[in-house]
Design a binder for this molecule. Sequence first.
Ligand code: MF3
Ligand code: CO
Length: 250
Amino acid sequence: MAVVLKSSKEIEKMRRAGHVVRQVLERVSATVKPGATTADLDRIAEETLKEFGAKAAFKGYHGYPAVLCTSVNSEVVHGIPSSKRILKEGDIVSLDFGAIVDGYYGDSAVTVAVGEKIDPKTEKLLKITEESLKKAISVIKPGATLGDIGEAVQTIVEAEGFSVVRDFVGHGIGSSMHEDPQVPNFGTAGRGMKLKAGMVLAIEPMVNAGKPEVRVLKDGWTAVTDDGSMSAHFEHTVAVTDTGATILTA
Ligand code: MF3
Ligand code: CO
């Protein structure tokens, strides 16, 4: 499949979808506290989405059963919200959400601490993962390559002794949630496809405190670290502009 370049009109639609995604993630983040269940978070996300009159991107996608992905502690991505999963002080939870507005998608994720007593190493994991996303976005401009993005993430992450997940990658996004190209969070600067104005990419580093290997649980969705270490995930939908990049989910 070829990369689909977007017009400025399409990018404005995606910015509207991105705005909804941001509002939902902010509302859900504010709901994260000890005693809340991940099903509570999914319900808040669905209610907020309704207020905006937008459509859920994840629900029904290959049979995914919720509007939000909630991945706790050693869960990397695609955790399914459950009324049995009660968040507790010291947990971290990745909140990954997608919306469709006028046929166009926005996709973003944040990882937040539950309560106030977060372990310093885990706090560092959140900080470094978010920083690696910001750094990756900062290298985006026409003529830069996918390898520039991958190397930017990998360098920051590995300098802290953390590791980049290989089995899941970022992606092009537009009138479908997943388009070409794939956007790995590892690589070599100067290698890979060249970026062009009008490309829209979901950049989403997934970072483990321990080893990079992951496995998928029997529910068919939840990816967890093989070694049980903590994992964090941050994501933005980003458009390549004539001079650099603009974050559509800001
Ligand atoms: N941000 C994730 C992705 O890009 C969300 C997909 S979850 C799913 O793949 F449930 F929709 F699959
Ligand atoms: Co994504």
